[in-house]
Design a protein around this ligand. Structure first.
Ligand SMILES: C[S@@+](CC[C@H](N)C(=O)[O-])C[C@H]1O[C@@H](n2cnc3c(N)ncnc32)[C@H](O)[C@@H]1O
Length: 392
């Protein structure tokens, strides 16, 4: 079995509660790709156990600070803990959808499981979770309080390249009819688990969509970067006058229209395929005004180097969106870039408001739905910001 011994800096970092050990903080030792190994301080004292990566800058992800080696009961306990947290959130049901296991945030590094009804979609992003895949799936089946129809693997996130892992998308067990249809309270929608983004759907925005819909009654709504249009469909269900959904992806557009039809709001919801950067400017130049604008772009800063460009992007985009909001209307502006902190994001929106010459009030700053927990000692698990703003 491999093991690693940390530098003094690495030890201090870990004792502050952080869970990721960077390669520079390892003084000696090595291990097999994905191996579960003991971590020691510079004097050989135990600091816990972690999953080793032979490729990533994050050399070890700590699983436990205990000296005892994690055994089957330990891993079953981690899976059980994640499941019972979703049960307490009232999100666990064989009809609905939730993020059942949120990787590092649930103490299961690199391992995500989204549940769409009775279909589990698992995504592994590091060598450790790849090595443990079959074992973790066995525990999942044992611990879930209901039977699954199928398990799909969607291990194709670009971060796998940093771990030198191949992309894998396959049906692992059982069968189901595609596309899946999921029922949330008051909304049903389809999920394409093979071709859709992430595991097929953006579960992290579930609660923000419901909150945004509360501001939709009697208003014209623009859902920019709409994906499957669920901010828009929720708004239409809540009494919006009309909803325009915009995204550059054609398959998303087809799902928007089918989702609108499934929920009986086809007459209110339309889809336009366009690049939102140009589309928002065109709408502003045409003098269009909306009572609710939703802005949910992809991450602009995927790493620290991209931060500067991201600032320009967020300021520019929010400026265009603010131009489109009628006085007293709402802008819901999201950023899923972990590398842009909440206070910076709000600062970018403030710059946009100044450039637009409008007074803008931050009514609420929200995060991801609670099934995407933020582990306090791992800031990387806090990535989504969703600002609810009144524009005068
Ligand atoms: C974070 S997702 C939006 C999620 C969505 N709001 C929801 O609630 O499910 C970002 C979306 O932006 C789209 N997109 C990315 N760049 C774009 C661009 N320049 N113009 C239009 N759409 C874009 C992607 O196709 C993707 O659907």
């Amino acid at each position: 079995m491999g093991s690693v011994r940390l530098t003094g800096k690495g030890r201090r970092w870990l004792l502050k509660g952080h869970r990721w050990i960077y390669r520079d903080d390892i003084a000696a030792g090595e291990a097999q790709p994905g191996e579960l190994i003991p971590v020691e301080d510079p004097n050989g004292n135990p600091l816990g156990w972690g999953l080793y990566s032979s490729a990533s800058k994050i050399a070890v992800r700590l699983v436990t600070p205990d000296a005892a080696q994690p055994n089957r009961d330990f891993w079953a306990g981690r899976v059980r803990r994640a499941i019972s947290a979703r049960e307490r959130m009232r999100l666990l049901s064989p009809e609905g959808a939730c993020r059942l296991i949120a990787g590092d945030a649930d103490g299961l590094p690199g391992w995500i499981v989204d549940l769409y009804g009775r279909v589990a979609v698992a995504s592994s992003s590091i060598q450790g979770s790849d090595r443990m895949r079959d074992f973790l799936l066995e525990l999942l089946v044992e611990e879930l309080p209901f039977e699954l129809d199928a398990i799909v693997e969607r291990s194709d996130a670009s971060v796998r390249r940093l771990e030198e892992l191949p992309m894998r998308v396959e049906l692992l067990q059982g069968e189901f009819t595609s596309p899946l249809v999921v029922e949330e309270p008051g909304l049903s929608y389809e999920v394409d688990v093979y071709e859709g983004h992430k595991t097929g759907h953006y579960l992290d925005q579930r609660d923000n969509r419901m909150r945004a819909a509360e501001r939709a009654e009697g208003r014209r709504v623009l859902d920019a970067f709409c994906y499957d249009g669920l901010f828009g469909v929720r708004a239409a269900l809540a009494g919006a006058k009309s909803v325009v959904c915009v995204d550059q992806s054609a398959p998303s557009g087809e799902r928007v229209l089918r989702n609108a039809e499934r929920n009986g709001v086809s007459d209110l919801v339309s889809f336009e395929r366009a690049n939102c950067m140009q589309d928002l400017r065109r709408r502003a130049e045409a003098g269009e005004q909306y009572g609710l604008v939703v802005l949910d772009p992809p991450a602009f800063a995927r790493n620290k180097r991209e931060r500067e460009g991201a600032e320009r992007g967020y300021v520019e985009l929010n400026r265009r969106a603010i131009d489109l909001v009628e006085p007293g209307g709402t802008l819901v502006s999201a950023s899923c870039s972990y590398n842009v902190k909440s206070e910076n994001f709000v600062h970018y929106i403030a710059k946009a408001a100044l450039a637009a010459g409008r007074e803008v009030f931050l009514e609420e700053l929200r995060g991801a739905s609670p099934d995407h927990p933020h582990l306090l000692h791992l800031p990387e698990t806090n990535y989504l910001k969703c600002a609810f703003l009144r524009v005068e």
